[in-house]
Design a protein around this ligand. Structure first.
Ligand code: SAH
Length: 256
């Protein structure tokens, strides 16, 4: 079939319009985020260029991840008294003895997950909501669990203020995942566990991946990328060594 040139142009235009609509399903509602994305943009660009792209052999190269890190206003996830530290190359306290991870670690974990638009992802340890916002720039199906009420409320406010209305926040013990929404294509755990929680392994789709720091509170932990094959067998590799706050166990605690 021969398509006349003017019809071809129309088809291409319609195609790109369709792609545009699909992509805009992920992320915050643009009116809310547009002005916030301009805030401290220069610092964010420096963060991306020096801390993520400029890390030599360990550089972050996934464009989707770099774009998300450039877009999400990290400072808006940090309590006022620490906001000046928002774009520094390290973790920052967010209250309750918890921290928002170093930008490089957020990017590294997201890149290792190989998250694609349309995938369903579960995060354990919402904290400030920053990592959830980064995930939500890639796929609209983000579920996140936080154990501590103060941080659950803090993250919900941060995400709502910026227009991330699609992220499903839950207060509870993330060790048990969210069976009612399982299975998940990807799982990201942002606190260190002593072992890989079996309920999370069960809730991973065959062919899925989980990234999780494993090790004790006062030791260097291993950041593991765990894959579940189509037969349900698991394989894990160490991505790097890390220091995370611990995954807390026991009865759900309201505060520390
Ligand atoms: N991802 C966060 C940082 C996480 S810090 C961000 O982007 O800001 C680790 C978080 O895990 C803390 O908020 C801590 O309260 C939470 N946490 C610890 N144990 C947990 C558990 N069992 N279930 C859910 N959340 C837990």
């Amino acid at each position: 079939m021969i398509i006349p040139l003017n019809k071809l142009v129309l088809l291409v235009l319609l195609g790109s319009l369709w792609i545009g609509t699909t992509v805009s399903l992920a992320g915050a509602e643009s009116a809310d985020l547009a002005s916030n994305t301009a805030e401290r943009f220069h610092e964010r660009r420096m963060m991306v260029e020096t801390q993520l792209q400029g890390r030599g052999r360990e550089a972050i190269t996934d464009k989707t991840v770099l774009d998300a890190m450039l877009k999400v206003p990290r400072h808006r996830f940090i309590p006022e008294n620490n906001r000046r530290l928002a774009y520094s190359d390290g973790p920052v306290p967010i209250g309750q003895g918890q921290t928002i991870s170093q930008p490089y670690i957020v990017a590294l974990m997201t890149q290792a997950l190989a998250l694609k638009p349309g995938m369903k992802v579960l995060e354990v340890g919402t904290g400030s909501g920053y990592q959830a916002a980064i995930l939500s720039e890639i796929t609209p199906y983000v579920f996140t669990i936080e154990l501590l009420r103060t941080l659950y409320e803090f993250s919900k406010k941060n995400l709502t203020d910026l227009g991330y209305h699609e992220i499903r926040c839950h207060k509870g013990d993330g060790y048990y995942g969210r069976p009612e929404y399982a299975p998940f294509d990807r799982i990201i755990v942002t606190c260190a566990a002593l072992h890989i929680p079996p309920p999370l392994m069960e809730q991973l789709t065959p062919g899925g991946k989980m990234i999780i720091p494993v090790g004790g509170q006062f030791e260097t932990q291993r950041l593991l990328l765990v894959s579940k094959d189509l037969e349900g067998n698991r394989r894990s590799e160490t991505v790097t060594l890390v220091r995370f706050v611990p995954l807390l166990r026991g009865a759900p605690q309201d505060d520390l």
